[in-house]
Design a protein around this ligand. Structure first.
Ligand code: ZN
Length: 488
């Protein structure tokens, strides 16, 4: 798979977050060649404190980032950049922090319009089956498109530049929305081929799922930002035949598989009763555990199963808003074993916000309770480290560790500019600490994805938000009426 290893211990990480501005700048200048005149670049960001989250923990105060095309061409000091570059667009970012965009490693586009809604259902079974899938079943392609527009703009507004969709209906419409918004993402199709209680919209034959999934991946394989992954929705609604064939297809198509794993006791009961194995053991036995498998939640894992994740290089999404209601998540063990565990929101149907900074805060507290010795030492994963893991491991979970997740020359220009002098942030002496402790999504000012400015000073350049809300306000009552019927 070739993803870079995290490798740093917590002690090393803390030791490396020193301000390294000058040396980074000199290195970059040497790489440029010093005799050339001003070089034309597409975008120049001047003045921010740059928190790169690279291996060395580089932080450049009063820095600058030059972007050509979709990539970072240069990073250094603002005073040097002024002499070196003439840019088509210059963003003055003094007083801001530049950081890599975050990846939401588990998201459900089709559940976006459950934000702000809480209804009662008397249907039985896990909530995703009794509440969430019935909601999805009432959505038409245009609704998914609008869900995507609202969800992906919401993500950009809080500093998320990439998402991993878990798998939902009308996946092409997710792609259409992601393309228009300007976000990076991995869309996926809903895949249920078992359980007669499911709505007809959601229960497809195994063959149909395989055919449609393959076609979806191929339709999106050339897009620079938006590609499709395969999906296995959940053990209890998938046949073994689908599981093994999806794994084979992922290999052929060289793509990932997004699934939910170890998120409910019913799921463990199901595999123990049917196969006399726990879910990860079962996946290993049927030969589908490999580095393509991305397992959302992964909460109910034994210590041995964490070792299985490490052995097979399984990636995971820790959704801290909801996971601690299930069990203490083993994120700290996963990090120590260099497992590619990122953070996810699980969509807005639970905590409602898509703000990964807030997910990170929950995760710090959760890990302190689950794995810490709070009276004798610091948190197992501190606030500055958690947001760094969110950036780096999020990219690695998305199979993009070599391209995103850090700000480095040659990487894709997915850059977030964040305020660090707001009322609840001042004084900000170390930007790595401010990012971990004081920044929330609403402090995000400007977002660049794939070299394009998507949001500038909290105004979108790609989407007319007022028109979008007008359209949705008309559609919303119809969606809710269908939902009421579906959960009655
Ligand atoms: Zn989910």
């Amino acid at each position: 798979m070739g993803e870079q290893r995290e490798g740093l211990t917590r002690r090393e990480l803390l030791g490396r977050s020193a301000i390294l501005g000058a040396s980074a700048s000199i290195l970059a200048l040497k790489a440029m060649g010093q005799n050339a005149g001003p070089q034309a670049v597409d975008l120049l960001i001047t003045g921010p404190d740059i928190v790169s989250y690279d291996d060395a923990g580089t932080v450049i105060s009063d820095g600058a980032i030059a972007v050509t095309g979709n990539s970072i061409a240069w990073m250094g000091k603002a005073m040097d950049a002024a002499k070196l570059f003439s840019a088509k667009e210059t963003i003055s970012a003094s007083g801001l922090i530049a950081m890599p965009g975050l990846t939401d490693t588990h998201y459900h586009t089709a559940q976006q319009f459950l934000r702000g809604v809480r209804k009662v259902t008397h249907k039985r079974g896990p909530r995703w089956k009794s509440y969430l899938i019935p909601f999805e079943s009432g959505l038409e392609p245009e609704d998914i498109y609008h869900s995507g527009l609202v969800g992906y703009t919401s993500m950009i507004s809080v500093g998320t530049t990439c998402f991993l969709e878990a798998g939902g209906p009308h996946a092409d419409e997710m792609g259409r929305a992601a393309d228009e918004v300007g976000i990076r993402g991995r869309i996926a199709q809903n895949t249920c081929d078992m359980d007669d209680d499911l709505p007809k919209t959601h229960l497809w034959s195994t063959d149909k799922i395989l055919k449609e999934s393959e076609a979806l991946v191929k339709r999106w394989e050339k897009h620079p930002r938006v590609n499709a992954w395969l999906s296995l929705r959940q053990i209890i609604v998938n046949t073994e035949s689908l599981r093994t064939q999806i794994a084979e297809l992922a290999k052929q198509l060289d793509t990932g598989i997004h699934t939910h794993l170890c998120e409910g006791t019913y799921e463990v009961d199901f595999t123990v009763e049917n196969y006399n194995l726990r879910p990860p053991e079962y996946f290993e036995k049927i030969g589908i555990f490999n580095d393509r498998m991305h397992c959302a939640h992964s909460v109910l894992l034994t210590a041995e199963e964490v070792d299985l994740y490490a052995k097979y290089d399984i990636s995971a999404a820790h959704c801290a808003f909801g996971n601690y209601s299930l069990a203490p998540h083993r994120m700290y063990d996963m990090i120590r074993k260099d497992i590619r565990v990122g953070l996810g929101t699980d969509g807005p149907s639970g905590r409602s916000t898509l703000d990964l900074f807030q997910v990170a805060h929950y995760a710090v507290l959760g890990q302190t309770i689950a794995a810490g010795t709070p009276y004798h030492a610091g948190a197992p994963i501190g606030y500055p480290e958690m947001i760094r893991y969110a950036a780096r491991n999020g990219a690695r979970a998305a199979r993009l560790g070599k391209k995103t997740g850090t700000l480095e020359v040659g990487k894709l220009a997915d850059i977030v500019l964040v305020a660090h002098d707001d009322y609840d942030q001042y004084p900000s002496l170390d930007p790595t600490v401010t990012l971990g402790q004081n920044v929330v999504g609403h402090n995000v000012q400007t977002v660049i994805v794939d070299g394009k400015v998507v949001m500038k000073d909290r105004q979108f350049r790609t989407i007319d938000i007022a028109k979008l809300r007008e359209r949705m306000d008309k559609r919303y009552p119809i969606i809710m009426e269908r939902f009421d019927k579906a959960i009655a």
